[in-house]
Write a protein that binds this ligand. Sequence first.
Ligand SMILES: Cc1cc2nc3c(=O)[nH]c(=O)nc-3n(C[C@H](O)[C@H](O)[C@H](O)COP(=O)(O)OP(=O)(O)OC[C@H]3O[C@@H](n4cnc5c(N)ncnc54)[C@H](O)[C@@H]3O)c2cc1C
Ligand SMILES: *[C@@H]1O[C@H](CO)[C@@H](O)[C@H](O)[C@H]1NC(C)=O
Ligand SMILES: *[C@@H]1O[C@H](CO)[C@@H](O)[C@H](O)[C@H]1NC(C)=O
Length: 260
Amino acid sequence: MLLLYACFVSLIIFDDVVAYNFPYEGIQLSDSDVANNPDIAFGKLPGGVNAHCKTFPGDSNWPSVDRWNVLNASLEGALLRVVPPAAACYSGIYEDATKCALVRQGSRSTNFVKGVFHPVYALINSFRNTGHDYLGRNTRGGALKVYVHRLKAFEYLPSTKIGNYQGKAARVGAALEQYELFPHMEENNITMLAPGSSTVGAYGGYMQGGGFSYITSKFGLMADQVLALEVVTADGRFVHADPENNKDLFWTVRGGGPSE
Ligand SMILES: Cc1cc2nc3c(=O)[nH]c(=O)nc-3n(C[C@H](O)[C@H](O)[C@H](O)COP(=O)(O)OP(=O)(O)OC[C@H]3O[C@@H](n4cnc5c(N)ncnc54)[C@H](O)[C@@H]3O)c2cc1C
Ligand SMILES: *[C@@H]1O[C@H](CO)[C@@H](O)[C@H](O)[C@H]1NC(C)=O
Ligand SMILES: *[C@@H]1O[C@H](CO)[C@@H](O)[C@H](O)[C@H]1NC(C)=O
C-alpha cells in the first residue's frame, strides 16, 4: 500500500501559496515578513556573512537580542530558548536539586535521553523530530533547531491518483511516530513499513535513510511507499515533489539520507 507523505516543516513558505495538506502548514513566512527582516530573506545569507566561518554564541557578529526578537516576531512567537535539562545539576541560575534528581534518574532511560537534547549540543541542534539519530545528525554546532516533533496530523484518503498510482492513501505529518501511525493505518487497512522502535518517526530520518522495516523483504523500503512530499528546501521555499513535479527532489529525499 502506498502513502502520501506530507509536510516537512510548515513554518516557512512563500506568498504564492502552494497546496498544502494540514492547517498548520498554512502558517507561512511571507515576503512581507522577509521585507522587515533581511536576515531571513529567501535563498540568501544575511549581508556580511562569511560562509566559510560559522558564527557561534559569544562571537561579535552573533545576532543581537533585537535581531532574535525580530526573528521571533516573524515566527509569531514560536522561537524557544532551550535550557539543557542537566543545567539543573550545575551551579548557576538554573541550579535546582529536585530537577537535577529527575535528570539523573531519567538518564538511565532511552526515552528520556532521546526526549531531551544531546547534553553538549542542547542549544545548537539543527533539525529534530524524535531524537533517534544517536549518531547526532540532528545536532549541529551554532545552528538553530527546527523542531518538527509536534507536526502529528493524519488524514485518510479513500481514493487518490498520483503518478501511476490510484487507490487509497494517507496524508501523514512528519512527526508521527511508529506507535502513533500504526493505529491509523490499521483502522484503514493500510500496510505500514514500520521501523523497529515504536518511537522512531515514521516519515522523518527513517524514511530519508530508506527505511528498513521488518517486512522490507516483501514490500521494499519505506521510501518506496511515498507518493508525494511537501518539502521546505534549504532556501526557505515550500515545494511539492512527486513523480512529475520536482522529480529530482522527490528522488533525493527518499533515501538520500537524513540530515542536511
Ligand atoms: C531504537 C532504534 C530502532 C531503530 N530501528 C530502525 C529500523 O528498524 N529500521 C531503520 O531503517 N532504522 C531504524 N532506526 C534508525 C532510525 O530510522 C534513524 O535513527 C532515523 O534517522 C530516525 O529518525 P527520526 O526522525 O525518528 O529522528 P531524529 O533523530 O529526530 O531525526 C533523524 C535525522 O533526520 C532528520 N529529520 C528528521 N525529521 C525530519 C524532517 N521532518 N525533515 C528533515 N529532516 C528530518 C534529522 O535532522 C536527523 O538528521 C532505529 C533507531 C533507533 C534508535
Ligand atoms: C518569542 O516570543 C514569545 C511570545 O512573545 C515569547 O513567549 C518567547 O519567550 C519568545 N522567545 C524568545 C527566545 O525570546
Ligand atoms: C479491512 O480488511 C478486512 C479484511 O479484508 C475487512 O473485513 C474490513 O472491512 C476492512 N476495513 C476497511 C476499513 O476497509
